[in-house]
Ligand binder design. Sequence first.
Ligand code: FES
Ligand SMILES: [Fe+2]
Length: 459
Amino acid sequence: MTVLEKIGPQPARLGGTALYDWDYLVQEDRAHRLIYTDPAIFEAEMTHIFGGTWTYIAHESEIPHVNDFITRRLGLRPLIVVRDGEGKVRALYNRCTHRGTTLCRWDKGNAKSFQCPYHGWNFLNTGKLRGVPWPDGYAGDMHDPKYNLAQVPRVESYRGFIFGTLNLDALPLKEHLGAIATVIDEWLDRNPGGKVVVCEANRFRYKGNWKLAYDNSCDGYHVAYSHRSLLETENRFAGENAKGMAYYRNSPDTQPMYMRYTGHGNHFKDKRPNLEKRPGGLWALESAHPGMEHYEAEFSKRYGDRALSMLDLAGSEPVNINVFPNFSLLGNHIQVFEPVSVDETNATWYGTMIVDDGSLGEDAVRDINSLRMRTQEGFPNFGEVDDIANFEQIQKGLLAVEDEWVYMNRGFDIPGRVKTHEDGSITAPATDEAFMREHFKEWKRLIQTKQNLAIRREP
Ligand code: FES
Ligand SMILES: [Fe+2]
């Protein structure tokens, strides 16, 4: 039998803020290709999602001292994230109020003020206009607040992770994070002092929509196929212990790992139950990188009995924690998704280091951090490229206009498979797409809500 599908009209633009019938574009078990390909939807997202909800912008350790700054983006808005002279973290728009050029062209630095390269207007790092060249040429009052830099009105940190939103009605950050904050706590608390500092990054840019990365962030279905070469490489070097992502090889759904959705688009994939709870158990899973055996031997020579638990501090925590729309903690890395256009995205992997809280000593911390950096050579280098290849190929596939739907129905409608718990969180086996169905409910809620958005300027 041949099944023919009639080609109907494409979903119609409704105009105004409604834009589309969102319930049609995002259904319980499938989403329309337009949400990944339509520039008008991308533009709406830059306000309703990257603006309408808490979005990750930087880590406090990147601006540890007063007057430190780093340039970042909130959606497409260029920002200067700065710790002002009083220690307050601000997210200033990196956009001169005169004629609109970017004000600061450096990635990071320390500055009390920023001088516009175009005509020399000078702004304090509180955002206030400090002065303009030859002010006699202006009739009006240059102290009018409209000349002060725009800034993100709400900037809050959770244990060092800085988020911002333009939405005056958004819940306080801690409440918004809800149950995912506990998992972030666990991720941090295994490190001395419950802290990490962010170091340099591994930067990728792919030709695909930003949501393709977030849709993949909790996807346990693709691992055995998309990452086959990494899996095999890792396990070629493995003895008794299977390395890296080996527990995805055979029937991943019967493994103790699982996914949990915690609300507001946030979810995590927990592979920690697969771990042997013993010193060195985490390190035993670490994917292979050059010189690894040498490091292990050197650690036990230097540190004796403490070596195994120290190696665990260099190892990658087997949990993926995803905060909608742009933030993931994976292993011991922070990954940030930054939209560039409807079909282009930056995916940046920041390394993290542990700090010396006095329990390990300076030398041990240095040794652990040197090794911790080498974990970039596992998944972040050799796995991420597989994922990015998929994202680019999806974007190409979605150019097929008549074939309209993307399915996210794995695990859907099977009695007893997806469980809703008393706290409202949802768990499912590792390969289910329940996380994606849930984060799309949040996406749909945000995209169709009329939001109370604002920017702020110093008075
Ligand atoms: S655009 Fe900045 S001073 Fe003119
Ligand atoms: Fe992947």
